[in-house]
Design a protein around this ligand. Structure first.
Ligand SMILES: NC(=O)c1ccc[n+]([C@@H]2O[C@H](COP(=O)([O-])OP(=O)(O)OC[C@H]3O[C@@H](n4cnc5c(N)ncnc54)[C@H](O)[C@@H]3O)[C@@H](O)[C@H]2O)c1
Length: 341
């Protein structure tokens, strides 16, 4: 095993790319931020400069052509992911790609086979797997602590919808609830999802519904072991960023996630209050670090501990079925949705 730090490039220097770049540069032992790429002039420099990284590009191809880079973190918009995964794999780089890895199942397969053909690790950005409470819950379920899973739930309530006009159609399924679909699949690992029914609406910003906004959704998923799951999302939780999961089984129940940002409780004339996280990078700060520590391990050893390309495909299949189910207002079999994608 090489003692040299692994050299990572970040592709896409927006909201999460900037945070991943900072994480790599400051919190991932044995990794070095080598370069940042973003097509918007000045964007890569704004992220790389304060982190002491000189190599920046407006073209991701130039970053991929750098033979000194061992792996890349792809944090560009969703529609660019598959092509970048394929190019990165062909360039021999280990790949970490943000969710969703692809927008169609054909593209998901293309990404998975490119990584397999090139023999490079492919890890996907389902950071909840690295949250200590979620990982503990999953280990307990897998160890049989609550018997056979019968009911599962996962929810994402995002605290802000600052600009509803820029939210792309189907975001709630393809980019938000896809986290919950991965969590549910991961919790119920011995089964596969077979049927999906999705209801959704624009309740937060109804004036944007015509333009395709859906900001509130409830999805039910039936699994091959008979377990029933629900996944829900809303883009405007007044009280903070709220992500929770639960598995109810024949011998008990496991819950993970706590909306309270710390154990501090304030008692005053209004009652009791507690602080909450307002941003994903606050609530999941350590999980985002640990997923990239894990990616550095994958770069070094080839072993992917987090979500793999196949897991991203499985979560995407549910998201695509949700689009179909919402459009038809009917339950959709996963086999059917697979054909439609
Ligand atoms: N795992 C998580 O919790 C999490 C959180 C936030 C975002 N995301 C995902 O990360 C991705 C990016 O989201 P964001 O909120 O940071 O978006 P963003 O719009 O803030 O940033 C995207 C950046 O990518 C750049 N870009 C566009 N095309 C590019 C290309 N071809 N090559 C390189 N860069 C390109 C843009 O100029 C922009 O700077 C999305 O897929 C999103 O779903 C995941």
């Amino acid at each position: 095993m090489s003692q040299q730090p692994v050299r990572l490039g970040v592709i896409g220097a927006g909201w999460i790319g900037a945070f991943h770049a900072e994480t790599i540069a400051t919190r991932v032992p044995g990794a070095q931020l080598a370069a940042v790429a973003d097509p918007v002039p000045g964007a890569a420099e704004r992220v790389a400069g304060p982190l002491g990284v000189e190599q920046t590009h407006t073209d991701a191809d130039a970053l991929l052509a750098d033979a000194s880079i061992d792996g890349v973190v792809i944090a560009s918009p969703a529609f660019t992911h598959t092509d970048l995964v394929v190019k990165a794999a062909e360039a021999g780089k280990a790949v970490f790609v943000e969710k969703p890895m692809a927008l169609t199942l054909e593209d998901a397969d293309r990404a998975i086979s490119a990584a397999a053909s090139a023999g490079v690790p492919l890890q996907t950005g389902f950071n909840r797997r690295f949250a200590k409470d979620f990982a503990d819950a999953r280990a307990r379920v897998a160890g049989g602590a609550i018997g056979t899973p019968q009911l599962l739930r996962s929810l994402t309530r995002d605290p802000g919808l600052a600009n509803p006009g820029v939210v792309k159609p189907w975001t709630i399924f393809l980019e938000t609830l896809i986290h919950d679909f991965d969590t549910l699949n991961w919790f119920n690992a011995d089964a596969r999802p077979v049927e999906v029914f999705a209801k959704a609406d624009a309740l937060v910003a109804p004036e944007f519904k015509e333009a395709g906004l859906l900001d509130t959704a409830m999805v039910t998923i039936a699994y091959s072991n008979g377990a029933l799951a629900s996944a829900e999302a809303n883009f405007s939780a007044a009280y903070g960023y709220d992500v929770r999961g639960e598995v109810f089984g024949s011998k008990g129940m496991i819950q993970a996630g706590d909306v309270r940002a710390s154990s501090v409780r304030q008692f005053d004339s209004a009652g009791i209050s507690a602080p909450t996280a307002r941003l994903n990078i606050e609530l999941f700060h350590d999980a985002y670090t640990d997923e990239l520590v894990s990616f550095a391990h994958a770069v070094r050893t080839g072993e992917v501990v987090g979500a793999r390309g196949e897991d991203a495909r499985a979560a995407l299949a549910i998201a695509i079925a949700c689009v179909e189910s919402y459009t038809r207002n009917a339950p959709v079999a996963l086999s059917e949705a697979g054909r439609l994608a």
